[in-house]
Write a protein that binds this ligand. Structure first.
Ligand code: SF4
Ligand code: SF4
Length: 424
């Protein structure tokens, strides 16, 4: 068992974390608060709390948003200890069949490609133009497929299958793209835009075809066998080309935080120092896309010289895994400001309420409750577009906007930057 008391003994019970907690804002009870979770985990380790269905329900209600970590005077990693106890929950209660099926697809790229193709055809036939969980899909009792819920559509060809492995080759600096599953299969415009920007900057682009999922969905659900499989495969693969590229860039906050932060934590907690160190070595060359584009390329200058001033206004949502886990918030704003009017929403740091696979399926009512205030503050900002470098936020915010009747559209900042660089 993970040593939960190491964390619970350090909690000074100050309560600073409580007002910031996403689940506590929805369910204002001490047991559904960071301080409460930590206390219960200490009791669990001491044998004073049984991991029964009630405890499972409590620990699965955390959104893993890291708001609590950000404000805690002792920086206690509540999200990480919740991830650890979810592995114990998975061992005791098993993992629902549709989650296991999904994680199996994540481990097998060929099968996910096939699923995507079938999904594209099926979705097109069953749902026509609407991106809603209706029609034939609704006949399958899958928790993701709820009536009147906005879901991202599948693309006929994934990003990784659309492009050659090397683009814009020549005697140029080279950069690799790690795309993330949602941008690979659903929001392929993000990868297209990143390719366009890198070509404008005259980089050789390497698209590593054997990349697998970063492991985040399985990590947040407690399927640690899948996490170990995916991380090790990816580490071995990245090591085969890391010396030949300047950077591996990722236009996705969750994937980038998983790779830069959680891979090391995962191996440290499993007492696998060799793999932890291998992950740490790769880290120096792994960046979230806007961070790298702003700090390491001529993109800011290029936008000033060549970028269009566009009439739309943008409000920027700070994805939890960008601002709180990686400290990235200024760079995307600085890039967007060159071409768009920026209108800050009241609390850009407030979690959108995505929460992971379990909250998006079995506990979707919590995602809806957390999404409503976010949709309202986006509407009040008066912006035409809401931007965040995270496709999990995109799934959640797009649905919250739709369900709350807000017209604002969602874009990844990479798409908006590419738009500003496009020839008329
Ligand atoms: S990670 Fe977020 S939802 Fe979970 S305890 Fe911390 S603040 Fe609350
Ligand atoms: S802020 Fe940190 S130390 Fe204070 S109650 Fe919350 S978890 Fe405990």
């Amino acid at each position: 068992m993970f040593e939960f008391t190491k964390v619970s003994d350090e909690c000074i019970k100050c309560g600073k974390c409580i007002p910031t907690c996403t689940i506590h804002q929805i369910s204002p009870d001490e047991v559904t608060s960071p301080r409460g979770f930590i206390e219960l985990l200490g009791d669990y380790q001491k044998g004073e709390l049984e991991l029964d269905k009630t405890a499972k329900d409590i620990f699965e209600s955390c959104f893993l948003c890291t708001n609590c970590v950000d404000v805690c005077p002792n920086s206690l990693p509540t999200d990480m200890v919740i991830e650890e106890v979810r592995a114990d929950i998975a061992k005791k209660f098993g993992i629902a069949w549709y989650k296991r099926a999904f994680f199996w697809l994540l481990r097998n790229r060929w099968a996910m490609d096939l699923f995507n193709k079938l999904g594209y055809v099926f979705h097109s036939c069953a749902l026509k133009k609407e991106e809603r969980g209706r029609g034939l899909l609704a006949k399958f009792d899958l928790p993701m497929i709820k009536k009147d819920r906005l879901l991202p559509s599948m693309k006929s060809v994934s990003f990784l299958n659309k492009y050659k492995e090397r683009l814009n080759s020549g005697d140029k600096p080279k950069v690799a793209i790690f795309i993330g599953c949602l941008a690979n299969y659903n929001y392929t415009e993000i990868g297209d835009s990143l390719v366009q920007i890198l070509q404008e900057l005259d980089y050789e682009i390497f698209i590593p075809k054997k990349q697998l999922c970063c492991g985040a969905p399985a990590y947040f659900t407690g399927d640690f066998d899948t996490v170990e499989y995916l991380t090790k495969k990816n580490i071995e693969y990245f090591e085969s080309f890391i010396d030949k590229v300047e950077a591996i860039i990722i236009p996705e906050a969750t994937c980038s935080a998983m790779i830069k932060h959680d891979w090391e934590v995962f191996f440290e907690n499993r007492k696998m120092p060799e793999w932890r160190d291998r992950a740490a070595r790769l880290n120096q060359k792994i960046f979230m896309a806007t961070e790298w584009l702003y700090n390491h390329t001529e993109l800011p200058k290029l936008l000033e010289q060549k970028g269009k001033k566009l009439p739309q206004s943008v409000t920027y949502h700070d994805a939890c895994h960008a601002r709180k886990v990686q400290g990235i918030w200024a760079e995307p704003r600085a890039l967007l400001k060159k071409s768009y009017e920026l209108r800050e929403m009241e609390d850009p740091n407030r979690c959108c309420g995505f929460g992971g696979v379990t909250i998006q399926t079995e506990k979707f009512h919590l995602a809806q409750a957390a999404g409503k205030p976010k949709a309202a503050m986006i509407e009040r900002s008066g912006a035409d577009i809401v931007a965040a470098e995270c496709s999990a936020c995109r799934v959640q915010i797009s649905n919250s906007l739709y369900q709350n009747g807000v017209d604002t559209i969602f874009k990844n900042p990479v798409e908006l930057i590419a738009e500003a660089l496009k020839e008329n």
